[in-house]
Write a protein that binds this ligand. Structure first.
Ligand code: MN
Length: 246
């Protein structure tokens, strides 16, 4: 099982979640929303070799935490994964749009300078603007668009630009999300929980509930679950082989 976008530090009892993930052999990309959170969140993974921690600055916090970019730059040489980063075009964050763009562009420039990173990227109501930056940053590394919700046209452009996608149970609940997932190249798809933000029936999604996304993909692509699981692991290997960095 692979959860390529999880906010481990935001669960009420992260250590219990880590224990369960270890027992299940789950691969996790534990994302952070601020550079300050990176150290403590890396510590949560303890000795779990399959849990990796990404260095992030969430677009919804960009205006508040822009001052932490210096810390971001300082930590970047030590990490292979970056996220959660990106842009958010929803009305409540629109007023900080210019700051979001400045923060995102700074991060992409630093990732390029560093030789590329594997990035998990937020693009809610901002897919065109995110893809413009992807197109302008060929050296930044591998872009994994998390919970992509843009138009089918934007999706096609993302595929052309070489983007990857992480899909969770939340995305597969609605008809629109399912149509987008069906259009994605299966060899560039990973699963994610986006827990505890993402919820199922009012309860925070847990990392191993990526299983529900595996079920959804199995239906969409008319392939048995075992085959989907094999494909996801092989996809992860390809992604990790794609970018050389520490
Ligand atoms: Mn998230």
């Amino acid at each position: 099982m692979i959860d390529f976008h999880c906010h481990l530090d935001l669960y009420p009892k992260p250590s219990a979640v880590v224990d369960d993930c270890k027992r299940r052999g789950l691969y996790m990309l534990s994302v952070t929303t601020t550079p300050t959170a990176w150290k403590g969140t890396s510590g949560l993974a303890g000795d779990a070799p399959r849990i990796r921690t990404a260095l992030g600055l969430h677009p919804q916090l960009a205006h508040d935490r822009r001052g932490e970019l210096a810390l971001f730059d300082e930590i970047l040489p030590q990490v292979r994964y970056v996220g959660e980063i990106g842009l958010d075009g929803a009305p409540e964050f629109r007023q900080h749009w210019h700051t979001q763009v400045a923060v995102f562009e700074h991060i992409l420039a630093k990732c390029s300078e560093a030789g590329g990173r594997i990035m998990t990227v937020h693009s809610r109501r901002a897919s065109k603007a995110v893809l413009d930056r992807v197109a302008a940053s060929p050296g930044a590394g591998a872009f994994v668009l998390h919970w992509f919700s843009g138009s089918q046209r934007d999706l096609d452009r993302a595929v052309e630009l070489g983007c990857w996608f992480s899909i969770g149970p939340g995305m597969l609940k609605g008809e629109r999300g399912r149509a987008l997932a069906a259009r994605m190249p299966p060899e560039r798809v990973l699963t994610e929980s986006d827990g505890p933000f993402a919820q199922i029936n009012g309860t925070a999604v847990l990392p191993w509930q990526v299983d529900l996304a595996v079920d959804g993909l199995s239906q969409l692509w008319s392939l048995p679950r075992e085959r989907i699981n094999e494909m996801l692991v092989s996809n992860l290997r390809h992604l990790l082989g794609d970018v050389d960095s520490p």
